[in-house]
Design a binder for this molecule. Structure first.
Ligand code: AMP
Ligand code: MG
Length: 403
């Protein structure tokens, strides 16, 4: 059986083979969060476009503003003011943060280091050439490429595009991810379940995880545990860029997903992973479409999505697979688990920087969504580890959506 690292590598290997460029769409810069860029974004001019003051103070010739010197202030420059006049020797100009330093001036002295009396400004310490302004063109040259195809657009990338006037961005279309839950016991979330029925929460969590991963969920509802219903809905699902199923991949008599996929000549890359929860997860290719069969217990579905489906959505989006958000933390209370599989235990991490502490939450196993809703991470217990003492370092997988 594959370890979760090996299984992830299989996914990345399979989806990493590029099938040519993705179709693109124009997206307004304000709406492009989470898209993957499909164009270059270049500067329209130099940045900054003028020598920009970074402090409120006085623009000076550094040679004039010696410690103890007094200079006459001849005016002021606010951010946005057109600056045409040069600075004269033995004078200074009051200047605000973000304003253009007048030509000739080679330093800005912070207002905190001066004393003003009418037009006279006294300098308490010597100015240093180049101080407190960003020279024109030092952040970026005109026509310089700042963003390249394949970059994922986060808030900083969007700000940069906006700054250089890229109001519309050519982006890769988000991959369409079909979501199909399975199970005779599953009913829609807006219905009242019979005593032995269960609302379809997996389609909701999967759609949210697809969105977070950068995909577009396509909800196909639920298939009954019958070969005919499964095969017709799977046939519909493989028309999208990716198909994710929940349930029906365990060893039970009515777990038919793998059987139906096999009959549809699916090529499997794995059909179990040495993890808990999530061991029965399967990954294959049916026709031209990659398919994941995730176990139906809600926490298993969520964990296996994070581990295996998220990198697939990244790669289908035209970006690289993001690494798992793993950090180290000190374990709050000792724990004990069976060996042979890597455990992912719902937990809460708190603290700062190199001083994180993590506490595993009490839970009733992989059906316990209430426990997971209190968790902000999972503690990993490696397959060969039976016991971890309080205070020992453990690896923690962060929940990207709440941390
Ligand atoms: P399965 O993997 O099909 O054996 O499902 C295991 C358990 O997960 C079931 O007994 C249900 O309790 C639960 N489950 C399966 N599918 C869903 C779903 N779509 N939404 C919520 N819970 C589910
Ligand atoms: Mg089932």
């Amino acid at each position: 059986m594959l370890t979760f690292e090996e299984a992830r590598r299989k996914v990345i290997e399979q989806l990493g083979v590029r099938k040519g460029p993705r179709a693109t769409e124009q997206v307004r810069v304000g709406d492009a969060l989470g898209y993957v860029l499909a164009q270059e974004v270049k500067t329209d001019r130099e940045y900054p476009p003028f020598n920009r003051a970074t402090r409120d103070g006085y623009a000076v010739f550094a040679a004039d503003a010696k410690a103890g010197a007094t200079l006459k202030c001849t005016g002021e420059i606010k951010a946005g003011d057109r600056v045409t006049k040069e600075l004269w020797a033995e004078t200074c100009v009051q200047i605000m943060t973000g304003a253009a330093v007048p030509s000739g001036a080679d330093a800005v002295v912070m207002i905190e280091h001066t004393k003003r009396d009418g037009d006279e400004v006294r300098f308490e310490r010597a100015a240093v050439t180049g101080q407190n302004f960003v020279p024109r063109g030092s952040e970026a040259r005109a026509g310089q490429t700042l963003l390249t195809p394949g970059m994922r657009l986060g808030y900083a990338e969007l700000a940069l595009a906006a700054q250089v006037g890229a109001a519309d961005l050519k982006c890769a279309q988000k991959p369409r991810v079909a979501i199909l839950s399975t199970g005779d016991e599953i009913v829609p979330v807006d219905s009242v379940p019979g005593r032995f029925q269960i609302r379809n929460s997996n389609s909701v969590s999967l759609a949210a995880q697809v969105r977070l991963a950068g995909g577009r969920p396509v909800l196909l509802g639920n298939a009954m545990d019958r070969e005919d219903d499964l095969s017709s809905k799977i046939r519909r699902g493989v028309q999208e860029d990716l198909l994710v199923l929940s349930g029906g991949v365990s060893m039970g008599k009515y777990d038919l997903v793998e059987k139906v996929l096999r009959e549809m000549e699916t090529e499997f890359y794995f059909d179990a992973v040495a993890i808990r929860p999530g061991k029965p997860a399967v990954f294959g290719k049916c026709g031209e479409t990659f398919v994941f069969g995730l176990p139906g217990n809600p926490v298993s579905t969520m964990v296996t999505f994070e581990l295996f489906v998220a990198p697939a959505v990244d790669l289908l989006s035209g970006a690289e697979a993001r690494p798992l958000p793993l950090v180290e933390a000190r374990l709050g209370e000792a724990l004990h688990e069976k060996t042979g599989v890597t455990h992912f235990l719902p937990a809460r991490v708190a603290g700062q920087g190199g001083n994180l502490e993590v506490v595993v939450l009490k839970w009733q196993g992989s059906g316990d969504v209430a426990a997971l809703a209190k968790a902000n991470c999972y503690v990993l217990v490696p397959a060969d580890t039976e016991r971890i003492e309080a205070g020992e370092k453990v690896t923690v997988l962060l929940r990207r959506d709440v941390l």
